[in-house]
Design a protein. Structure first.
Length: 495
């Protein structure tokens, strides 16, 4: 028989005392929280439970993160809790996930840990996209003091110093890129067999966003005719939490994601994905963005050509034609704005005659390296009051203004490289580079490659060619694709 340990009874008593003390302290603390916050204490307690669950399994946090990132792109969702700026569900989920990843590296357990050194970051992303952004922000931080106070009063910007400028124009846009790379990390380490949740979760967030937009739009405007009116653009922007041109890009990216992955999904998932595609089509049309209409058409054409069978292409073309002829009159009227009178100003919503001519001469002042990110805010036409817009309404013009010829070539080169690399990756996956033929992931990669030309086309009238809130879904998809790319390379090295 094993002899009793010396002082075992005293140690057990001390342990019992400490456990009792901790339970009592937690009970007292929770009681004080309830007394101060009342019903809000339930939300705080639920949040703490979720935080602990994510710490225990950071993969759960990544699923929640992939839902929240598209949803939190809208300003309609809460971005602070208890009046504390930066304290919001997205940041708390990211913090818990990173803490969980750190604990998993220290205490790996049974599953292979997710280490940040395995983050799938291609050299092209770091050099051609992130590096120009960092240099442009460093350049622009010296000009923040030149921004007219009008933009702060109008709510177009929320920063007044270099720190806020760095946060809003660099850190926040790169958050969706980092979240996408975290999803890619899971796919790289765990493979694709049990990771369908990461393929579907972002669509849940976009569907919630689309529902939020449609409910708010109909509640404030009431009819399609009112929504199509040019004067309703501000109301639609308020309903979505971002400009209609920008939100249409997110819906079109979600449409491509759902349509392409449905081709190789199981029957039940296919029905759900088709439902998502239908919702995204309706939501994109009801933004009444002409750039969004063209982006939607690109997705439909790319999906039709992907069928690669004449009968299917003919049937899909006939269906698209019938659908186009069945569009509501409000949509047709919006599409034809300015065409009947050959009014260039109406057709471009004032861009050609009132915005671009004032900004084109500014490019020549810093044509080589640009004037820094968001340089339109301190450009001469804005400072002298001739122009009252916070973006040039043309991503290519904005690229030259902010980055100059050198930065513009680098960023455009990244988009071109990324498109070719995604097409090559889809063919490799179809050839079994992941160890098995997983058609749904190959179709997902093809969907991601379609998002890039959609952005390039819609960028003519709005948005940017660097990460923005409206591009969050695209960057989540790109991050997942980079994870697949890294896993193919890892498997090839092991073989």
């Amino acid at each position: 028989m094993t002899p009793d340990r010396v002082d075992a009874g005293g140690q057990d008593s001390a342990r019992t005392w400490w456990i009792t003390a901790w339970i009592a302290a937690c009970a007292v603390g929770l009681g004080l929280v309830v007394a101060q916050l009342e019903l809000l204490a339930l939300a705080v307690f639920a949040g703490l439970l979720a935080f602990v669950a994510i710490l225990h399994s950071p993969r759960r946090g990544l699923i929640v993160l992939s839902i929240l990132v598209p949803l939190c792109a809208s300003t309609r969702t809460p971005h602070q809790l208890l009046g504390v700026t930066g304290l919001n569900p997205l940041n708390l989920t990211l913090l818990a996930t990173l803490a969980g990843l750190f604990l998993q590296m220290v205490f790996p357990g049974n599953r292979r840990p997710l280490t940040l050194k395995q983050l799938p970051v291609p050299a092209a992303l770091a050099v051609l996209m992130v590096l120009p952004m960092v240099l442009a922000v460093a350049h622009g931080s010296f000009s923040v003091g030149l921004i007219p106070a009008t933009f702060q009063r109008m709510g177009d910007i929320s920063f007044s110093d270099a720190g806020g400028y760095l946060r809003d124009v660099l850190v926040l846009p790169l958050l969706s890129v980092f979240a996408g790379l975290l999803l890619g990390l899971v796919v790289r380490v765990d493979g694709t067999a049990q990771n369908r949740a990461y393929l579907y979760a972002p669509l849940v967030g976009v569907c919630a966003f689309a529902g939020l937009f449609l409910v708010n739009a109909f509640a404030s405007l009431g009819s399609l005719q009112a929504m199509a009116d040019e004067n309703a653009r501000d109301a639609l922007a308020a309903a979505a939490g971002m400009h209609p041109n920008e939100v249409s890009l997110m819906f079109n990216c979600a449409l491509a994601w759902a349509l392409f992955t449905a081709r190789a999904a199981p029957p039940r998932s296919r029905i759900a994905l088709w439902s998502v595609a239908a919702l995204m089509s309706v939501a994109s049309l009801l933004t009444f963005s002409r750039g969004g209409f063209i982006g939607l058409l690109i997705v439909v054409i790319a999906y039709t050509l992907e069928m690669r069978r004449f009968m299917w292409i003919a049937a899909a073309s006939a269906l698209v034609l019938v659908g186009a002829l069945s569009l509501p009159g409000a949509v047709i009227e919006r599409l034809s704005t300015g065409l009947g009178q050959t009014d260039l100003n109406a057709l471009s919503a004032g861009r050609v005659t009132q915005i671009w001519p004032l900004l084109l001469p500014v490019i020549g002042d810093h044509w080589l390296l640009g004037s820094g990110m968001e340089s339109i805010l301190w450009s001469p036409p804005v400072r002298n009051g001739a122009l009252l817009v916070s973006q040039p309404h043309n991503a290519y013009l904005g690229l030259l203004l902010d980055y100059g010829v050198v930065g513009a070539v680098m960023i455009l080169s990244f988009h071109v490289w990324c498109w070719f690399d995604l097409r090559r990756l889809a063919r490799r996956i179809e050839g079994g580079a992941l160890g098995e033929v997983v058609g749904i992931w190959a179709q997902f990669v093809r969907a991601t490659s379609v998002m890039l030309p959609v952005l390039m086309v819609q960028a003519v009238t709005d948005n940017r060619l660097t990460p923005t809130p409206s591009q969050t879904l695209m960057w989540l998809a790109i991050g997942l694709a980079f994870g697949l790319r890294a896993r193919c390379r890892d498997l090839a090295v092991r073989a």
